[in-house]
Write a protein that binds this ligand. Structure first.
Ligand SMILES: [Cu+2]
Length: 309
C-alpha cells in the first residue's frame, strides 16, 4: 500500500512538471483521499495550454519589482507594465499570482482598490489620478492575468513622487500593499496623451489609450474620461456623464493640413470612448479636441492631444 501511494505521488509529481499542476500539501491530501483533483491542471489554475498562454503573454510585458508583493509566504503577486516603466498618461498594469515553490499560476485572485497618490512637496499637497474601474481578466486565453489601468497626470521629479496602494486576495489570503514607491516618466516632446477640461465645478481628464500603436492611415482612437475626485487624494473614477469628443488632426509643420474620415469619440457600453482618426503620414499631429455635453453644447475647446508617429 505504501509503495502504491508513493507511485501515485510520483506520477502526480511528474504530471506537475509537464503541466500547470501543483503538488502542494493540500492537494496531495486530496489526491490521497480521492477527492476532486484533475490530472490535467492545477485546480487553482488552468489547463497546461492556458498556463502556456500566460507564460507567453508575460514574455511581452516587463515586471515592476517595486509593485510586486508576497502574500502570507505562500504566493507571489507580480505586477507588470508593457515596458517595466510608467509614463505620463494611460498605462496598463498587469498582475499575476503564483504559488511559491511550484511557480504555478493562480487563476482566481482579486486586485482591488488600486490607489495611486502623488505627493508634491513644494506645493505641500497630494493628489490621485485617473484609474480604471476594476482589475480583471481580459483575454480568455490567459484568465490568470489581470489587467487594470492608471493614467498618470504628472511625471515624478526629485520633489514630486508617486506611491501605489492596492489590496490583493489570493485563495482566501489577503494582503494590503501600502504606499509602494515607483516612478513615472515624462513623455517625449511631441506626445501629449492626457488632457483636462472643466464644466461647472467638475474637472475631467481625457486619457488617450495606447496612441503608440497608431499607424499611417485610419486608426481606431480610444479614450477614457475620468472625473477628478473630492478629496483629490481618492482615485479619479471613470465619469458617469456622457460626452462627445470631436477631433480634428492637423499637421502644423506641413501647412496645417488635416485629413478626411475622422470620427468623433462617443461613449460605448464598456465605458470607453471610441472614434476613428486618420493619420495620413508619419510625423507630428496636433489633434484638436472639442468636447460637447449630451445636449450638444460645447463645453471645452482649445485643448489638444499631440501624437507623433
Ligand atoms: Cu502632481
Amino acid at each position: 500500500m505504501k509503495k502504491t501511494s508513493t507511485l501515485i505521488l510520483l506520477a502526480i509529481a511528474l504530471l506537475g512538471l509537464q503541466s500547470c499542476n501543483s503538488n502542494d500539501d493540500d492537494q496531495t491530501a486530496s489526491i490521497l483521499d480521492g477527492t476532486g483533483i484533475t490530472l490535467d491542471g492545477d485546480v487553482d489554475c488552468c489547463s497546461a495550454e492556458e498556463a502556456l498562454q500566460v507564460y507567453k503573454f508575460l514574455k511581452t510585458v516587463k515586471i515592476i519589482p517595486e509593485l510586486s508583493t508576497e502574500v502570507d509566504g505562500k504566493y507571489n503577486v507580480f505586477a507588470y507594465s508593457k515596458t517595466g516603466k510608467f509614463s505620463v498618461g494611460y498605462n496598463e498594469i498587469y498582475f499575476v499570482a503564483v504559488k511559491k515553490g511550484t511557480g504555478n499560476y493562480v487563476k482566481n485572485f482579486d486586485v482591488t482598490n488600486l490607489s495611486p497618490l502623488m505627493t508634491m512637496t513644494a506645493m505641500n499637497m497630494k493628489h490621485s489620478t485617473p484609474v480604471g474601474s476594476s482589475v480583471d481578466s481580459f483575454n480568455d486565453k490567459y484568465l490568470a492575468v489581470k489587467r487594470g489601468w492608471v493614467s498618470f497626470l504628472m511625471a515624478s521629479t526629485d520633489k514630486d513622487f508617486w506611491v501605489l496602494s492596492y489590496d490583493v486576495k489570493v485563495l482566501g489570503h489577503q494582503k494590503t500593499v501600502a504606499d509602494a514607491s515607483f516612478s513615472v516618466e515624462a513623455l517625449p516632446q511631441g506626445q501629449t496623451w492626457l488632457q483636462s477640461f472643466k464644466t461647472g465645478d467638475a474637472t475631467y481628464f481625457i486619457s488617450l489609450v495606447d496612441p503608440q500603436n497608431y499607424q499611417i492611415g485610419s486608426n481606431s482612437i480610444s479614450a477614457y474620461v475620468s472625473k477628478k475626485s473630492n478629496p483629490a487624494t481618492q482615485p479619479y473614477v471613470v465619469a458617469e456623464e456622457v460626452f462627445t469628443i470631436e477631433i480634428v488632426p492637423t499637421m502644423p509643420d506641413m501647412g496645417g493640413h488635416s485629413s478626411p474620415g475622422n470620427e468623433a469619440l462617443t461613449k460605448q457600453a464598456d465605458g470607453t470612448y471610441q472614434g476613428l482618426i486618420n493619420l495620413t503620414m508619419t510625423g507630428y499631429w496636433k489633434i484638436d479636441l472639442t468636447v460637447k455635453d449630451k445636449e450638444g453644447n460645447v463645453i471645452a475647446e482649445n485643448i489638444h492631444f499631440d501624437v507623433t508617429i
